[in-house]
Design a protein around this ligand. Structure first.
Ligand SMILES: NC(=O)c1ccc[n+]([C@@H]2O[C@H](COP(=O)([O-])OP(=O)(O)OC[C@H]3O[C@@H](n4cnc5c(N)ncnc54)[C@H](OP(=O)(O)O)[C@@H]3O)[C@@H](O)[C@H]2O)c1
Length: 286
């Protein structure tokens, strides 16, 4: 099966590259903006017709959440308009598109884990553009899967785990918010699930929405403490309130995702979040 990865130099794309050898039946094509700029509809259509991928995993995105507040048009171009380009061209060749979305489509006012049918109400520019990307798949794809995930980190790129390790070494103490609750998600676990579900997902039709994160619940403070402890770094982590750490983009206070639908549909098991943090830190130390 021929599988195209767009945005393959990012966290998720790189984790798919690492796992690719475990999937000998898949023929992977990796592209990032230099090989395939997904904001160019003609380039996308031409590439698809020439290479005929059967599955497109869209790992490309504008992920600078705070920068998006003052750069919404660029975020929209990559997170929504470009997703429409991919979905339309995928439909044109009968391919399945697997697109990644975010917990930031929710406003975080719930106190129960969000299911796929819960009301969406993004608080930030980033969240609005990602929601528009979901709608683009819904409108244009004939075979589409959207996976909403949260708090992504990996052995690649910039992310919370690497930031905490860096600052933890440089400083004696760090202040981290404890009133935002969600679930860290290891991009390697997400990558594995995406590749594992493809043989059954290839037969789906229409647009199918699933939530995926690691298991369990944490605050950013818990996440930071776990990173510091597993890294063997001596640094005190102090819990603070979001109001004492203002950022340009508002975040949902609660964005735990309910994963029942994806677990039941594809019979998957999901690792507990701190077990996966440990795995990532071990890899970073190698
Ligand atoms: N990171 C999180 O905490 C988080 C949480 C929930 C959901 N998600 C979603 O998960 C998905 C994967 O996230 P990630 O953290 O792996 O993203 P990432 O590391 O930021 O990678 C995105 C990749 O897309 C590339 N890209 C940007 N514009 C492009 C274009 N026009 N054409 C082709 N490629 C382009 C980027 O290149 P440049 O680096 O050169 O821009 C980058 O290599 C995204 O859909 C994201 O919205 C992320």
């Amino acid at each position: 099966m021929r599988i195209l990865i767009t945005g393959s130099n990012g966290q998720l794309g790189n984790e798919i590259r690492v796992l690719a050898g475990d999937y000998p039946d898949f023929d992977f094509m990796y592209t990032d903006i230099e090989e395939l700029d997904i904001t160019d509809p003609l380039e996308v259509e031409t590439f698809f017709i020439k290479n005929l991928p059967q599955v497109i995993i869209n790992c490309a995105a504008y992920t600078a959440v705070d920068k998006a507040e003052t750069d919404e048009s660029k975020a929209y171009l990559i997170n929504a308009t470009a997703v429409a380009n991919l979905a339309k061209s995928a439909a044109g060749i009968g391919a399945l598109i697997i697109h990644i979305s975010t917990d930031y489509v929710f406003d975080g006012k719930s106190y129960l884990p969000y299911v796929e049918t819960d009301k969406i109400n993004p608080l930030s520019s980033y969240g609005r553009t990602k929601l528009a990307g979901e709608n683009a798949v819904q409108l244009n794809a004939t075979k589409g899967i959207i996976l909403r995930t949260s708090w992504l980190y990996s052995a690649f790129g910039n992310n919370f785990v690497k930031t905490m390790m860096k600052y933890g070494i440089e400083r004696d103490s760090l202040n981290v918010v404890f009133d935002q609750i969600g679930t860290p998600t290891y991009a390697r676990d997400l990558a594995k699930v995406i590749l594992d579900i493809i043989p059954s997902a290839i037969n789906i039709t229409g647009m199918n929405l699933f939530h995926y994160s690691n298991e369990g619940v944490a605050s950013w403070y818990d996440f930071a403490r776990t990173v510091i402890t597993f890294s063997g770094i001596r640094c005190e982590i102090n819990p603070i309130l979001t109001e004492n750490y203002p950022l340009p983009a508002p975040r949902p206070f609660y964005s735990v995702l309910n994963k029942s639908k994806i677990k039941e549909t594809f019979k998957i098991k999901i690792p507990y979040w701190s077990d996966s943090v440990k795995d990532c830190i071990q890899r970073l130390g190698q």
